[in-house]
Design a protein around this ligand. Structure first.
Ligand SMILES: [Zn+2]
Length: 222
């Protein structure tokens, strides 16, 4: 190899390294978030997948919403009957062991989500809104099967630092709940790590997901 060819090779390698560096965070092969969007037909299914590619209809309201006992919620909060009963059971058992697991956000309507998302857009723009909130129809809070919880440190945002977090992580599947947005799974779920957000899928499915360390997306792909 003469000197000229060698130099060219070095330039090519440098160029490739720089290109890799700038594109490493771009997910070429994964789902294109908010691009290929499918409207969900069977929204009532307990394992329904709602994310940035599967959207609930604007008029979808879960059929069997019931209010969670105020013993286990910050105020008037609703979930679908089965999820509500499972959550109360979980929260009661936790209480017997000296933990406090309280629902801070559960069912949210399409309209509410739209207002919430728009608020973030107005405040800091669309990229910011997308980083911390789901667009309307894309929030699983609309299913009535999701719950944001807080522990005895009284702040859902700091749930990971509460004494309840580990208990919840290791036991919630026994009641049918999964940690829906785990850390290091952002490229699959499309959402950043949310230690406070749990989703009801039923005990059997929750246990499978827990044991395999999957997300709901990975479970649905099987
Ligand atoms: Zn949530």
């Amino acid at each position: 190899m003469n000197e000229e060819t060698f130099k060219k090779c070095v330039y090519v390698v440098l160029f490739l390294l720089i290109a890799i560096f700038f594109t490493k965070d771009i997910n070429f092969f994964g789902p294109k978030f908010y691009r290929d969007v499918t409207e969900i037909e069977d929204s009532k299914e307990l394992t329904v997948l709602v994310n940035k590619n599967y959207k609930l209809k604007e008029d979808y309201i879960p059929p069997d919403l019931e209010q969670i006992s105020l013993d286990y919620a910050t105020d008037e909060k609703y979930m679908r009957r089965e999820a509500k009963e499972a959550f109360e059971h979980l929260s009661e058992d936790a209480r017997q062991m000296g933990y406090q697991i309280i629902a801070t956000s559960t069912y949210r309507s399409y309209d509410y989500q739209e207002k919430l998302y728009d608020y973030y857009v107005q405040m800091k723009g669309q990229d910011y809104a997308d980083s911390c909130s789901a667009r309307p129809g894309h929030s699983e809070h609309q299913t009535g099967l999701a719950v944001d919880v807080m522990g005895s440190n009284q702040d859902y945002d700091l749930f990971e630092q509460s004494i309840e977090f580990n208990w919840m992580k290791e036991n919630s599947h026994k009641y049918g709940f999964i940690l829906r947005y785990p850390s290091r799974k952002e490229k699959i779920t499309g959402f950043k790590y949310e230690p406070w957000h749990y989703r009801y899928v039923g005990r059997e499915v929750a246990t499978i997901i827990y044991k395999n360390n999957w997300t709901l997306e990975e479970y649905k792909e099987q």
